[in-house]
Design a binder for this molecule. Structure first.
Ligand SMILES: NC(=O)c1ccc[n+]([C@@H]2O[C@H](COP(=O)([O-])OP(=O)(O)OC[C@H]3O[C@@H](n4cnc5c(N)ncnc54)[C@H](O)[C@@H]3O)[C@@H](O)[C@H]2O)c1
Length: 249
C-alpha cells in the first residue's frame, strides 16, 4: 500500500523547489494533489510531471496571502479531488534586507505570505481536514528557530509559523487533526541564491549558522514533510522538525 493512496492533498508553493518536490512525492505515493501557486507556468509543469508519472493533479492559481483567493481555491480543490486529508503549507518568500531598509510594504508582504498565508490556508482547509482526521505540515525554517541577520521579517514570519503550529496542534487534538512543521536549513532552490544587502557587514555574516553537511536537495525536505503528513507519524503532533544537516544542533 502506498502511504497516500485514496487521499487528497493540497500543496502550496508547488510550482518550484520544496513545494514541487513535495507534490511529486505525495502523488508518487498515491495522493491526488492540488498544486497551488501564484506562478501558473511552474504549477502547470509540476502537474504535467505528476501526470506523466501516472499521478493525479489539479492546478489552481492561488495567492495564499489573499483571503478570497484562498477560500475559493480550497473549495475548488475539494470539488475537484474529493475529501482533503493533507495540507502542506510550503509557499514562502524571503528577501535579505537590513532593518533600516525594510519598508512597511516589504515587511507586510513577507509576513502576509509566510505567516498570514499559512493561517489563511489552514483555516480554510480545516473543516475538510476535520472530516478526514487529516494532517497539516507547515514549512518553517532554521531562521524561525534562531535569529539570522538581514532577515528580520523572514525570521519573524518563520518564528510565527513555529508558534502557529504548536498552538493549532493543541487546539485541534480533540478533532483528530495533527499539525506539525519542518524547519529546513539551506536547501538548493531558487531561494538559496538571493542577493545579500550591498552594505552587509562581513563581521556579521560570520555569525550565520553553518551546517557540516552540504545543503539539502528539495527532495530531502519533501521526504520529511511526507513522513509528517503520513500515518507513520500518527503520534507526532505539534513538533517542529529541523531538517538542516545539524545546523542548529
Ligand atoms: N530554500 C531554502 O534554503 C529554505 C530554507 C528554509 C526554509 N525554506 C522555506 O521553504 C519553502 C519553500 O521555498 P523554496 O526554497 O522551495 O523556494 P522557491 O522560491 O523555490 O518556492 C517558493 C514558491 O512559493 C510560491 N509563492 C510565493 N508567494 C506565493 C503566494 N503569495 N501564493 C502562492 N504561492 C506563492 C512561489 O511562486 C514559489 O513557487 C518556503 O516557505 C521557504 O521559506 C526554504
Amino acid at each position: 500500500m502506498s502511504r497516500f493512496s485514496e487521499r487528497s492533498a493540497i500543496v502550496t508553493g508547488a510550482a518550484a523547489g520544496i513545494g514541487r518536490a513535495t507534490a511529486q512525492l505525495l502523488a508518487a505515493e498515491g495522493a491526488a494533489v492540488a498544486v497551488f501557486d501564484i506562478a501558473e507556468a511552474g504549477a502547470q509543469e509540476t502537474a504535467q510531471a505528476i501526470e506523466a508519472s501516472g499521478g493525479r493533479a489539479f492546478v489552481r492559481v492561488c495567492d495564499i496571502s489573499d483571503p478570497g483567493s484562498v477560500r475559493e481555491s480550497v473549495a475548488a480543490a475539494r470539488e475537484a479531488l474529493g475529501p482533503l486529508s493533507v495540507l502542506c503549507n510550503v509557499a514562502g518568500l524571503q528577501q535579505w534586507t537590513r532593518i533600516e531598509d525594510t519598508s512597511y510594504e516589504l515587511w507586510s508582504r513577507i509576513l502576509g505570505i509566510n505567516l498570514t498565508g499559512t493561517y489563511l490556508m489552514s483555516q480554510a482547509a480545516l473543516p475538510h481536514l476535520v472530516e478526514t482526521r487529516g494532517a497539516i505540515v507547515n514549512v518553517a525554517s532554521s531562521a524561525g528557530l534562531r535569529g539570522i541577520a538581514y532577515s528580520v521579517p523572514y525570521c519573524a514570519s518563520k518564528g510565527g509559523i513555529v508558534m502557529l503550529t504548536q498552538s493549532m496542534s493543541k487546539e485541534l487534538s480533540d478533532r483528530g487533526v495533527r499539525v506539525n512543521a519542518v524547519a529546513p536549513g539551506g536547501t538548493l532552490t531558487g531561494m538559496m541564491g538571493l542577493p545579500m544587502p550591498e552594505q552587509a557587514s562581513p563581521e556579521v555574516m560570520k555569525s550565520f549558522p553553518k551546517s557540516n553537511l552540504p545543503p539539502a536537495e528539495p527532495e530531502q525536505i519533501a521526504s520529511v514533510i511526507a513522513f509528517l503528513a503520513s500515518e507513520e507519524a500518527s503520534n507526532v503532533n505539534g513538533t517542529v522538525l529541523p531538517v538542516d544537516g545539524g545546523m542548529i544542533a
